[in-house]
Write a protein that binds this ligand. Structure first.
Ligand code: GLU
Length: 428
């Protein structure tokens, strides 16, 4: 989240500027791509359950649509800021470009805390968000999806509002819909599984057997849960999971040195991916500080929560054995921490590549909606595996050829593709 010390948009621009320099991009292209194309700020008044009215602030930022309609999630979070949404929209442009799907980048958000909103209030918020932005989003302009603290339920409320307003069926308005209502099988798993497909290939390249590795994970929401699921099915051992504790308003790390079983942990976790601390302690977990996940004696770190989690203040505490960081979150590592990590020679699979499985599957969802014919889960996941594996090797080959870290190589591929599209359209 943005704070005085950390501004995600500044970080996204800093990352862009350094690659634009390396690529020798002309000034107009830099100017165009370092700022979003369009942004919308609006108020969403809703009637609360107690009869009072409350006004929430909503955003949609469209960073770039040269390669196709803008694409990206909607986040519900109490600390949401316009600069967070700007950064996330820019990262979406690079994400869709690096996996080469015909989409641009956008992001939306509402400043709210779903913990304190009833289902009815959340529904009103979803419908209000759509009413305020309906003219400027849609299957051919900008296609929203779930993100932090939004789910398929929120997506279907939003779709329903859009279809009520237009009087027609537009399954392509939004992705991450429930299966059976235009959603794709495999979409829920897609981000976490996609991350592990890239991790599997990275370990292969490093000559490490995934079944001999252990991991520590930050976050226990949708991305982390499915990443853990697939990683364990490949034989990996997860020893620590960190997540937010709403009651204490801080994070804790839950550790089991012998390895964590997913099912029993899920049984004591709420829908926001928050583990019940007392129950975890009672079932044999060591309950540690929120940052302890970073310093564990593991081979793999998976930050799968929010931005700015590995930064100048804690990068030195990264466990001595860590060989790979697979970024499930958007923007979890600041450029300052990145330099420390580079010096240590840790292999980082950058966020907009590692977590691109979600949007890739959203693209598959659009394709299936357009044909009105839906694939099996195996078909979806095998196409996802191919796309993620190909994208990983395109990045890794460039990195090896030019002696770059994966983040820079991924940025070079993505930015070049987007810059090329803008040039061919005659924009710059
Ligand atoms: N919110 C997800 C992301 O950050 C998915 C976006 C989408 O499917 O459009 O990549």
């Amino acid at each position: 989240m943005a704070s005085e010390a950390f501004n995600p948009f500044r970080m996204a621009q800093q990352q862009f500027d350094s690659i634009a320099e390396k690529l020798g991009l002309d000034d107009a292209t830099r100017d165009l791509l370092r700022t979003p194309d369009r942004e919308f700020h609006f108020s969403i008044p809703i009637r609360m359950d107690d009869g009072s009215f409350k006004v929430f602030r909503g955003f949609r930022v469209q960073h770039n649509d040269a390669r196709g309609p803008c694409k990206g999630g909607i986040r519900f979070h109490p600390q949401e800021t316009i600069d967070t949404v700007r950064a996330l929209s820019m990262w979406m442009t690079w994400k869709t470009a690096v996996v080469d799907v015909p989409l641009g980048g956008g992001k939306g958000g509402v400043i709210c805390d779903p913990h304190n909103l009833s289902q009815r209030e959340q529904e009103a918020l979803c419908r209000g968000w759509v009413r305020q932005i309906a003219e400027n989003v849609g299957p051919f302009q900008d296609v929203p999806a779930p993100d932090v603290m939004t789910s398929s339920q929120h997506m279907i409320w939003m779709l329903d509002e859009y279809e009520r307003m237009t009087g027609k069926k537009y399954p392509g308005f939004i992705t991450g819909k429930p299966v059976g209502l235009g959603g794709s099988l495999g979409r829920t798993e897609a981000t976490g599984y996609g991350l592990v497909y890239t991790l599997r290939e990275a370990l292969k390249e490093l000559g490490i057997n995934i079944a001999d590795t252990s991991a520590s994970v930050q976050g226990f929401g949708n991305v982390a849960q499915y990443a853990i699921d697939l990683y364990r099915s490949y034989g990996g051992k997860v020893v620590a999971v960190a997540c937010w504790d709403q009651k204490e308003q801080k994070a804790f790390t839950y550790r089991k040195r012998e390895g964590i079983d997913l099912k029993p942990l899920l049984a004591i976790t709420n829908k926001y991916g928050e583990i019940d601390r007392e129950k975890a302690a009672a079932s044999g977990f060591d309950v540690l500080d929120g940052e302890a996940w970073l310093s564990q004696d593991v081979d793999v770190l998976i930050p799968a929560a929010l931005e700015n989690q590995i930064n100048a203040a804690n990068a030195a505490t990264i466990g001595a054995k860590v060989k790979v960081i697979a970024e499930g979150a958007n923007g979890p590592t600041t450029p300052e921490a990145d330099s420390v990590i580079r010096e240590r020679g840790i292999h980082v699979i950058p966020d907009f590549l590692a977590n691109a499985g979600g949007v890739t599957c959203s693209y598959f969802e659009q394709v299936q909606c357009n044909m009105n014919y839906f694939w099996t889960r195996d078909e979806v996941l095998s196409k996802l595996d191919t796309k993620m594996t190909d994208a990983y090797y395109a990045v890794s080959d460039l990195a090896n050829r030019r002696n770059l870290v994966l983040r820079d190589a991924a940025y070079m591929i993505a930015i070049s593709r987007v810059a090329e599209a803008c040039k061919m359209r005659g924009w710059v």
